[in-house]
Design a protein around this ligand. Structure first.
Ligand code: ATP
Length: 434
């Protein structure tokens, strides 16, 4: 086993052992391509989504949020091209997961990387479901294959209900479902996953499209950097003409240098007028925009940023994982860490120490939401246990606390300990977190 696949195994095992990610329906033997997020996983995932929402919605004046239904009128998927595009006989490469129309292939290896191809099958990557209770009147529908379309079908509603003017964007985070032929690499390729997307509407002019495409490339890359992913593990990969959707004017991926190779985190796509044009055509509704300044009517172009919450989760973990002798440290950005702090009584059998620690724990929890409590074993073990799950600060109440009202605050990354006044602790941690 090489060092990198070993790293992947360690992450998978840490996730199970400490309650980040469990195999889906595990007691029934699992279910391929589905995972459940445990007590720590749900916190990390929520923190990723919150940081995304902050950067993409709260810090801006030109973006609003939306939460569309997972099941939509099936015509949406005809208009978007998914029904048509996903029913061709396709073969998928086991290595790079690119799919090819089998009638376009000359050999049984993959044109992009030389990997082995699966058998060609007629399949539809959309997950089907049916809506209605009467057996003979059930209507076929789909669980959305991407969250994108829920935004575009609401373009007119958002425009009519807000004062926004082009350029503006609509952000959404939510589940998507795909019948992937080869789910794998842990949570990297699942059948149920979560996306975080911005659809940004711009004036249909070449310069305008280019400007916003470049702007969002920079903004999205910076977000991963600001949350601590190492520079050398990130890159852009521009799509070749033959890889791009036929309507895309430009497309690039943000990739992470993972144990299974450079892999897509997020796509930035210049989708032109495809989405609103098609929905306008299929619904018969007018989805054009009247520009009051230039007195022009046009169908806006769309610049999209489409990232995976689960993939970000995996790459943040991989990038943060480090071993220092026997000590495993998850050097997560404190904003992402599942617990912001942990509180320990030095000894559990001294009521004064125990009660003071418990009071501090409750007080911090009210402010920071997630704070761990541990009174088991010795202090060294407790530190190790918190390091492994990325808790940035451990607070210990000891004998000195009873004398001078100070506690020990120990930093995860440096292991340096500082004495801080208990009544200043909350402000001290809040400041560090910001
Ligand atoms: P890939 O080429 O890896 O299949 P894609 O190009 O089909 O990905 P998009 O349709 O652009 O992906 O979806 C946007 C984002 O959604 C991806 O960058 C990824 O982060 C996430 N995503 C897509 N498919 C999956 C999946 N099966 N499991 C987890 N995340 C996914």
């Amino acid at each position: 086993m090489n060092a990198l696949s070993d790293l992947m195994n360690r992450i998978v095992s840490l996730c199970k052992r400490r309650g980040f990610v469990f195999p889906g329906s595990e007691i029934y033997g699992g279910f391929g391509g589905f995972y459940d997020y445990g007590p720590l996983g749900v916190e990390l995932k929520n923190n990723i989504k919150l940081q995304w929402w902050k950067r993409m919605v709260y810090e801006r004046e030109d973006v609003v949020g939306l939460d569309a239904a997972i099941i939509m009128n099936p015509k949406v998927w005809e208009a978007s091209g998914h029904v048509e595009a996903f029913t061709d006989p396709l073969a998928e490469c086991f290595a790079c997961h690119h799919r090819f129309r089998s009638d376009h292939l000359q050999s049984d290896s993959c044109p992009d990387c030389g990997g082995k191809l699966s058998e060609a099958r007629k399949f539809n990557i959309l997950v089907e479901t049916s809506v209605g209770v009467l057996e003979d009147q059930k209507k076929k529908a789909y669980l959305r294959g991407e969250i994108t379309q829920g935004v575009h079908v609401n373009f007119r509603n958002v425009l009519d209900s807000t004062p926004l003017k082009i350029p503006f964007g609509i952000a959404q985070i939510g589940k998507a479902f795909r019948n992937e032929i080869t789910p794998g690499n842990f949570i990297f390729r699942q059948r149920e996953f979560e996306q975080m997307e911005l659809q940004f509407y711009v004036k249909p002019e070449a310069e305008e499209g280019k400007k916003w495409f470049e702007y969002f490339k920079g903004l999205r890359m910076q977000w991963y950097r600001d949350l601590g992913i190492r520079k050398e593990n990130l890159r852009f990969r521009d799509h070749r003409m033959d890889e791009r959707a036929h309507y895309a004017q430009a497309a690039t991926d943000i990739e992470y240098n993972s144990p299974f190779g450079w892999s897509e985190f997020e796509g930035i796509h210049h989708r032109g007028a495809w989405d609103l044009g098609r929905h306008g055509q299929y619904s018969g509704q007018d989805l054009s925009y009247f520009d009051n300044e230039s007195k022009e009517r046009y169908v806006p172009w769309v610049i999209e940023t489409s990232g995976g919450v689960d993939r970000a989760f995996l790459f943040f973990l991989l990038d943060a994982y480090s071993e220092d002798g026997k000590r495993v440290v998850l050097r997560l950005n404190p904003k992402l860490a599942p617990y912001k702090a942990a509180v320990f009584p030095l000894v559990a059998n001294k009521p004064d120490i125990y009660n003071t620690a418990h009071e501090i724990y409750h007080q911090l929890k009210r402010k920071l939401n997630t704070v761990a409590w541990d009174d088991r074993g010795n202090i060294g073990k407790r530190y190790y246990s918190q390091d492994e799950i990325g808790t940035p600060w451990c607070v210990t109440v000891d004998y000195q606390t009873l004398d001078d009202g100070t506690v020990t605050v120990r930093d995860r990354d440096t292991a340096v300990q500082e004495r801080v006044k208990a009544n200043e602790l909350e402000g001290y941690l809040v400041q560090k977190l910001s």
